[in-house]
Design a protein around this ligand. Structure first.
Ligand code: OFO
Length: 176
């Protein structure tokens, strides 16, 4: 069993992961409209990753006998239309999510909640990956050149990204 304070904090994180999903879904639509189908693919795969992150938290609350409480998801807030600026936004967003995950880890330590500390360690590692992915894309943009030709090449590259997370969330536990 986890404390109410921890359950509230994890529910907040579900909302933040859902916001991430919503943000990447909106960014995917923007890139598809601009003709960058490959970049839109990368962002839509990211949407699924974020839903997976949210649903792992959802399952954890259920496994702990805590209530899942869903709040409104904010409108995706981004104005960038350029590819490089868009991925700068992605990186900054992920840094913010990493900070949010660290707060949960710190709270778990404060409460001597070893189960949540062990559970949230997966997200700590995942955020290293999330920041690395965005950083590498920004490096690739710089190498290719932030130009129509460079973005065209990036579009081909990001079009290769495949979904690796499950989409049947009933398999994640909590619902059994
Ligand atoms: Fe859930 O890692 Fe991105 O936001």
């Amino acid at each position: 069993m986890i404390t109410k304070r921890m359950a509230d904090r994890i529910n907040l994180q579900i909302n933040r992961e859902m916001y991430s999903a919503y943000l990447y879904m909106a960014m995917s639509a923007r890139m598809a409209e601009a003709g960058y189908k490959g970049i839109a693919n990368w962002l839509m795969v990211q949407y699924h990753e974020e839903m997976f992150h949210a649903m792992k938290l959802y399952g954890y609350l259920q496994d702990q006998g805590a209530s899942v409480v869903l709040e409104a998801i904010a409108r995706p807030d981004f104005k960038e239309t350029g590819v490089k600026e868009l991925f700068q936004h992605v990186l900054e967003h992920e840094k913010g999510v990493s900070a949010s995950i660290r707060e949960i880890a710190a709270l778990a330590r404060e409460e001597k909640d070893y189960a949540t500390e062990a559970f949230i360690a997966w997200y700590i590692s995942e955020q290293v990956e999330e920041e690395k992915n965005a950083t590498e894309i920004l490096q690739t943009i710089d190498l290719l050149g932030d130009s129509a030709q460079g973005n065209f090449m990036l579009n081909i590259e990001l079009g290769k990204r495949k979904l690796t997370v499950p989409v049947n969330f009933a398999e994640l536990g909590g619902a059994d």
